[in-house]
Design a protein around this ligand. Structure first.
Ligand SMILES: Cc1cc2nc3c(=O)[nH]c(=O)nc-3n(C[C@H](O)[C@H](O)[C@H](O)COP(=O)(O)OP(=O)(O)OC[C@H]3O[C@@H](n4cnc5c(N)ncnc54)[C@H](O)[C@@H]3O)c2cc1C
Length: 417
């Protein structure tokens, strides 16, 4: 639907009556060419690109709750492409380029804000590692700057630069990094996919797979009945091992809780995103003024969308070491999401060993920034049966071949989001 300044003003003055729905509440059809399981950012983006780039429009996205009820609506909204390993560098920069034109592509305000991200370093060895990563980024055409102690002090004067354990020696900056509004991203992809004919079906949990005599998946069993499918794509993030198990697969993925926190609103303080990996703490400030922060995963396997006290204590300690005045800010709320932790911290985007079933999983705590590229390369894989040129390394069999992509800060190591 197109809006003019007059129709917008009229809607505002008349209580938004007659405002069109952003997407249809579709009822399941008997059969789709492609069924995507999971109405998070990745599933919806996949459906959008299947329709928009590959002309496959007989597509359903099945979501057990409501779209965005998983990690897509629970993350701390950081986007960046400051990766250093082959496989990751090109993929995350593809994603960054898609973020940069997302609002035009989707005709939706996803509040992409390139306010910059800085990763702090505290030792010579860490500086060398960041310099290597920054150089790799620049060789690949990605912006990176290595700041020294004085430059970080000037940029972020409110930090405790001389804390005894981890004095700040500098930082690696990506100015094109930043944040985007997570649920607007979900809604933007949902609206655009729906506009191209995709059925978004909520309250529809996949409970099993139906296979023919050759073992190929032909349908999914759901809480709303059996739905036929030419191909099935899994984009269920923290539930990956559970859904894969229904097809008889055991994935190299564990599920862990990751918590996040938001404070009461304060005046503008933090210019971009700050990560303090050594102290397991990172922070940004939302447009409403709240400090949005987090730290490490809860260290046990769980499918609960809530965490426990030891991590809350650990995150608050990290925050106070970095910026002691945070102790005077009141916490508004905290929450948790289920992370699909792959064994090397890198995703799996591949055909599965089960004919007709495709995998998009293993995002750990960094999949929000990947949303657009993940959707695009997964759509490519499902449409063409060949990996996208930026995603061919994300194979399932890399664990048995020893071709891991073990990027520091992505997997079980201290996280930087
Ligand atoms: C606290 C926290 C902070 C984070 N911070 C960042 C960050 O700053 N930057 C970043 O890049 N990443 C971050 N992440 C990670 C990021 O949110 C995830 O990697 C990403 O959202 C996963 O992809 P998704 O959006 O598709 O997942 P989800 O939104 O979880 O989508 C999966 C969907 O599948 C549905 N589903 C599951 N099982 C079934 C079933 N059987 N049938 C039907 N539907 C099913 C779920 O209900 C869910 O809606 C964070 C995550 C958390 C929890």
């Amino acid at each position: 639907m197109k809006y003019s300044i007059f129709s917008l003003a009229k809607a505002a003055l008349t209580g938004h009556k007659g405002w069109g729905r952003a997407w249809r509440d579709a009822a399941p059809k008997a059969h789709y060419d492609v069924v995507i399981i999971g109405g998070g950012g990745h599933g919806l983006a996949t459906a959008y690109y299947l329709a928009e780039r590959y002309g496959i429009r007989n597509v359903a996205v099945l979501e057990k709750g409501w779209i965005g009820s998983g990690n897509a609506g629970r993350n701390t909204t950081i986007i960046r492409s400051n990766y250093g390993l082959p496989g990751n560098t090109g993929f995350y920069e593809l994603s960054m380029k898609l973020w940069e034109r997302m609002e035009q592509d989707l005709n939706y305000n996803t509040m992409v804000s390139q306010r910059g991200i800085i990763n702090l370093y505290h030792s010579d060895a860490q500086r060398d590692a960041f310099a290597r990563r920054g150089n790799t980024m620049r060789i690949n055409g990605i912006d990176a700057e290595l700041l020294d102690k004085a430059a970080v002090r000037k940029m972020l004067p409110f930090l405790n630069h001389d804390n005894a354990r981890f004095p700040i020696m500098g930082g690696l900056v990506q100015r094109r990094g930043g944040t985007a509004r997570h649920d607007a991203v979900v809604w933007g992809y949902a609206r655009a996919a729906d506009g191209l004919g995709v059925d978004i079906i909520q309250n529809c949990e996949v409970t099993g797979f139906v296979r023919d005599h050759n073992g190929r998946i032909t349908s999914v069993e759901t809480s709303r009945g059996r739905i036929g499918a030419g191909k099935v794509g899994m984009a269920v993030a923290g539930n990956s091992s559970r859904v894969a198990a229904m097809a008889g697969l055991r994935l190299p993925i564990e599920s862990h809780v990751l918590q996040a926190f938001v404070s009461e609103a304060i005046k503008p303080l933090i210019p971009g995103v700050i990560t303090f990996g050594a102290g397991h703490f990172y922070v940004s400030q939302s447009d409403k003024g709240g400090l949005v922060f987090g730290g490490d995963i809860d260290g046990y396997n769980s499918y609960a969308q809530r965490g426990n006290m030891p991590v809350i204590e650990d995150v608050c300690e990290g925050g106070m070491a970095l910026m002691p005045m945070i102790s005077r800010v009141r916490m508004l709320r905290n929450w948790g999401g289920i992370m699909d932790m792959s064994m090397d911290g890198t995703p799996i985007i591949d055909k599965s060993p089960v004919d007709g079933l495709y995998l998009n999983a293993g995002w750990c705590y960094g999949g929000f920034k990947a949303t657009p590229a993940s959707g695009l390369v997964f759509a490519h894989l499902m449409a063409t049966d060949a990996p996208h040129e930026e995603a061919w390394r994300f194979r399932l069999d890399r664990f048995e071949r020893g071709a891991m992509i073990d990027e520091k800060g992505q997997g079980a190591q201290p996280n930087l989001h």
